[in-house]
Design a protein around this ligand. Structure first.
Ligand SMILES: NC(=O)c1ccc[n+]([C@@H]2O[C@H](COP(=O)([O-])OP(=O)(O)OC[C@H]3O[C@@H](n4cnc5c(N)ncnc54)[C@H](OP(=O)(O)O)[C@@H]3O)[C@@H](O)[C@H]2O)c1
Length: 440
């Protein structure tokens, strides 16, 4: 053991994920050391508060509040950035990469905001940036796309990437319960953050979709460039309407590429999925991702997308890759900073050209002639109606009208919605959902 090299880790952050890494790494250390042929030591740990009570016991001498000092410490080889946020995390990450260290990160917001800069710094200075835990938690999705599916070009990747939203949608459907009460219960159980907007408005899914788009196509797509819609306006009645049409409802991140035009589209929205499809049946806090490659066909990955243990599993996987990299050089590993081979030429399709079928729920005045006026507006905007469901509305004197359409595009549906909103008989903003005739 004595002539073995020692690899030192600096752990920045000892919150949910950091404590999971400390706990499981401690348990697995001897086995990992035997398999990797090196001593692996968590040398220092950075936190915000030295006095905070924690579930894991870290020797006081290892603790510091200076995360940047871990990045610059010449004795530290691997920096695990598990702090969250984008400011301190960016500074620590860039400093470590510029010194040629390996950075392991779970921070999707950081990658989405500063990924181009981070990977460029890694390339320029010989550092490496590993980020398995940033998308789909414990599911080794990044490794699958980058390594296992290296022979493929990806026409479509889509999935349930936010466990909080999937939990809320599943409970609403199963219990026939309204969004607000399910959200409160999710917060009480710790499945939703006190500040839930990042999850329920779709932005967390957008961060992950952005990372997957880069991974598959080498293009950075900012959430502001995508269609990003959340789950807050879905009602139990929408689940009943969807079920009567043979669908469930899931919040999906969808990344597609047309290899003829070389255009990609990245979007996040609640989607009607055929009831029999694998992803429609994924319930609770689980994540599920369907990856279609031109050589392999479709592969599907299901598992825990967040939480202490699942995320620690992914971080420890990256740590072992980092140790192997430091001991043996790059070898067979495809590292974060390498652009995928299919990246050349891909560009964003204008969102208004995205095509699909739509579900539109309208609350309208319950009087004759309204459906005819709605149908006229749809026709004027080249939207062809496929089905109509009419139900009583909770609003007095109103009816709920659900239209599904044949294939159209975002420009047409947006124009139709604007005209419908201007109609006096439409009593509240229409709800638009996409129908995802996606195969998994
Ligand atoms: N939680 C999950 O299930 C999950 C899943 C996948 C990815 N992630 C990602 O993993 C990262 C960490 O998430 P988390 O849930 O573990 O967060 P967390 O529970 O809030 O923990 C953050 C930790 O970082 C420390 N910290 C924050 N700013 C710091 C600074 N400037 N200097 C030193 N220490 C600092 C905090 O110190 P104190 O403890 O002293 O406050 C805390 O220990 C985030 O990027 C998150 O998006 C989380």
């Amino acid at each position: 053991m004595s002539n073995r090299r020692t690899i030192n880790i600096g752990l920045c952050g000892l919150g949910t994920v950091g404590q999971g890494v400390w706990k499981h790494f401690g348990r697995l250390r001897a086995e990992l050391e035997a398999r990797l042929g090196a001593r692996i030591v968590i040398r220092r740990v950075a936190v915000r508060s030295l006095s905070k009570a924690r579930a894991v016991k870290v020797p006081r001498a290892k603790l510091t509040t200076d995360a940047l000092a871990l990045a610059t410490d010449p004795g530290i080889d691997i920096v695990c950035e598990l702090m969250g946020g984008t400011e301190a995390a960016r500074a620590v990450t860039l400093r470590a990469l510029r010194l040629g260290k390996v950075v392991v990160s779970a921070n999707k917001a950081l990658i989405c905001a500063h990924g181009a800069e981070i990977f460029a710094a890694a390339r320029r200075h010989g550092g490496h940036f590993l980020f398995e835990a940033s998308v789909a938690g414990g599911i080794p999705l990044i490794k699958a796309i980058r390594e296992g599916l290296v022979a493929n070009r990806f026409a479509r990747i889509y999935g349930i990437l936010n466990g909080t939203c999937n939990y809320i949608l599943t409970q609403m459907e199963d219990l026939d319960a309204p969004y607000a009460s399910v959200l409160e219960e999710a917060k009480r159980l710790g499945y939703a953050e006190a500040q839930e907007s990042l999850d329920v408005e779709g932005w967390d899914t957008a961060h992950k979709a952005s990372i997957l788009a880069w991974l598959a196509h080498g293009v950075w797509v900012r959430p502001e460039q995508m269609i990003v819609e959340g789950i807050e306006r879905i009602t139990p009645a929408d689940f009943k309407n969807a079920a009567s049409l043979g669908y469930g409802i899931k919040l999906l991140g969808i990344i597609t590429r047309d290899f003829e035009t070389d255009e990609i589209s990245v979007r996040v929205h609640p989607t009607l999925l055929p009831e029999g499809s694998v992803l429609a049946r994924v319930s609770g806090v689980f994540n599920a991702i369907s990856v279609s490659g031109d050589v392999v066909g479709t592969t599907v990955y299901i598992g825990r997308g967040a939480g202490q243990d699942a995320t620690a599993s992914a971080v420890i996987s990256d740590i072992t890759d980092a140790v192997a990299l430091l001991l043996h050089g790059k070898g067979a590993h495809f590292m974060g900073e390498e652009l995928p081979p299919a990246s050349r030429g891909a560009r964003m399709a204008p969102p208004e050209r995205i095509r699909g079928r739509y579900y539109v729920r309208l609350t309208v005045a319950d009087r004759p002639g309204v459906l005819a006026r709605v149908a006229t507006i749809m026709a004027r905007n080249r939207m062809s109606i496929a089905s109509v469901i009419q139900n009583p509305s909770e609003r007095p004197g109103s009816a709920s009208l659900v239209l599904t359409t044949h294939e159209s595009d975002e420009r047409s549906v947006r124009a139709a919605l604007r005209s419908l909103c201007a109609l006096g008989s439409v009593r509240e903003e229409p709800l638009l959902l996409r129908i995802g005739d996606l195969e998994d």
